[in-house]
Every structure is written in C-alpha cells, then in structure tokens.
Design a protein. Structure first.
Length: 160
C-alpha cells in the first residue's frame, strides 16, 4: 500500500526529495515515492554561450559580405537604378504614384544605398569607431568627475 506524500514528510529521516552533489559539478536528485521505491534523476549543469557576445561580429560580417556582394554591380545597373529613381520621384511629386510604385521606390533607394555603402561605408565605419572611442572617453571622464566630486564632498565634511 502506498503512503501519501504528506505522510512521508512526517517520517523522520525520509524526505520527498534529497539532492546530492558529485565530483565535476554533477547533481543527483532522489525522489522517494515509498520507502522501497525511489526515482533518481542525474543532471549536469550546462553553460550555453551567450548570443549577445556574437551579435556585433555577426553584424560586421554581414555588412562586409554585403559590400563584397555589391561590388559585382555593373555601372550600367547603377545608372539604370538612378534613372528609375528619378522617374519614380517625378511621379511622386506629380501626385500620380501608386502604392506599388511607392514600394518600388523604397527598394530602388535601398539598392542605391547598398551600392553607395561600398564606397563610403569603410570610411564611415572608421569614423564610427573614432566617435565610439571619444564617447567612451567622455563617459570615463564623467565617472572620474563624479569620483572627484564625491572625494571633495567627503574631505569638506572631514574638515569641518
């Protein structure tokens, strides 16, 4: 006959679940359904890599591959996109543009941006890195300024 789990907790030395730690970080859990039956569950804690650490690498790689792919665009294709954009803009400003043409204009603009990114992108990336460095320096200086104000406030209190 099976005893209830509420009654098992009342029996000294018999708990419903006991956990044991082994060498190498393994953990075992023993669940007692009755004094003669037990279920043992063993597991090893895992540490999965964080995708947040690789996000910027993925973005940089994607940008570089897109630039590499865009270098295959011929000058004629680029000029055709410029002409198509101009025609679509003329329709937009005349007020006769359809929703389908609006979508096409967005795509043409995006395509032209990708082509332009091949020539100006690396320079903009270098500029972004320099600006990021200055922003980090500014944050560090603000932190240092806060420390100075804190130390000055502490020394004024001591001097009184």
């Amino acid at each position: 006959m099976r005893t209830s789990s509420a009654r098992q907790l009342e029996i000294p030395g018999l708990s419903a679940t006991e956990a044991f730690s082994g060498a190498g970080g393994e953990t075992a859990s023993v669940t007692a359904d009755s004094p003669t039956e037990a279920t043992v569950t063993a597991f090893t804690p895992l540490s999965a890599p964080s995708a947040a650490l690789y996000g910027s690498a993925y973005a940089i790689t994607s940008r570089l591959l897109a630039r590499l792919n865009t270098t295959t665009v011929k000058k004629e294709e680029y000029e055709d996109l410029l002409k198509e954009r101009q025609k679509l803009l003329d329709k937009k400003f005349s007020g006769s543009m359809t929703p389908l043409e609006e979508n096409r204009l967005e795509y043409v603009r995006w395509s032209l941006d990708r082509i332009q990114d091949v020539t100006s992108g690396p320079s903009l990336d270098a500029l972004e890195a320099i600006v990021s460095g200055y922003e980090k320096f500014l944050n560090d200086m603000r932190h240092f300024e806060g420390q100075l104000h804190g130390a000055a406030g502490t020394s004024k209190k001591r001097g009184r």
